[in-house]
Design a protein around this ligand. Structure first.
Ligand code: 6GU
Length: 237
């Protein structure tokens, strides 16, 4: 899968994603991440890419021409018009389900804004999806872009090795994950639960399921309600 990140801070993207699991996947050729520097497409002699907002107000707005020219260069290189995700606190909140949807694409463009945002005409011309990562405000779309790319990447076949992907994960089954333990068997007077040492696979599974339910009810009552409703529906069938 190929990601194109349109940004004014390409180093943030490259430094962030060339590390750890995504870095390994890039080396293996399973992913590519190209940071497209919007400033390279400025037609201004000072390489300016922003200006004052019409109508007045605080801050600067990223201008339409360099944004659209940067996108055109991606269309040229990829040979089609890929989906364009604009990272904005005004978008739909990112979910695991959306990650699965985006993971079906071969090419995905992520557009990062800064300052007070991007000229609406550029957005109308190229953006297909408006995505936020939560109800708080960041200085720019780069960290959200990395969050989205990381989440999608681990769904791309081969990116996770067996032991990584074999983990039962929070959100994939609608429940939070159960607690994990490793050696030593006793730490500061706290013992690993006996059932995990029993070697009884069925009992371990049941214990983990109960812990998942317990945690979800405690920390995410909204998810718990949805899970119970779904289970009731399944039982009717
Ligand atoms: Cl996608 N961008 C910015 N600037 N702030 C955010 C966000 C995105 N999602 C949550 N807060």
């Amino acid at each position: 899968m190929n990601f194109y990140v349109m940004t004014l801070f390409p180093d943030m993207i490259t430094n962030g994603l060339n590390t750890s699991i995504t870095g390994r996947a890039i080396e293996k050729g399973l992913l590519s991440v190209e940071a497209v520097d919007i400033r390279d497409f400025s037609t201004n002699k000072h390489m300016k890419v922003d200006d004052y907002p019409y109508g007045g107000g605080a801050g600067m707005v990223m201008q339409a021409p360099p944004v659209c020219a940067a996108f055109d260069s991606i269309v040229q290189r990829s040979g089609h018009r890929p989906r364009v995700v604009y990272m904005t606190p005004q978008g739909h909140t990112f979910t695991q389900k959306m990650a699965h949807e985006f993971a079906k694409e071969d090419d995905l463009v992520i557009l990062c804004g800064h300052y007070e945002g991007i000229d609406e005409r550029a957005l109308e011309a190229i953006v297909t999806d408006y995505v936020s990562i939560g109800d708080y405000v960041l200085t720019g779309g780069e960290l959200p872009a990395m969050v989205v790319i990381d989440t999608i990447s681990r769904l791309v076949p081969g990116v996770l090795n067996n032991s990584e992907s074999a983990e039962t994960e929070s959100f994939e089954n609608g429940l939070l994950e159960y607690p994990q333990y490793t050696r030593p068997v006793e730490f500061n007077g706290m013992r690993v639960p006996d059932v995990l040492l029993s070697g009884h696979h069925g009992k371990v599974e049941e214990w983990r399921y109960q812990k998942s339910l317990e945690r979800t009810k405690k920390f995410r009552p909204d998810m718990y309600e949805a899970y119970i409703k779904e289970s009731a529906k399944d039982n009717e069938k």
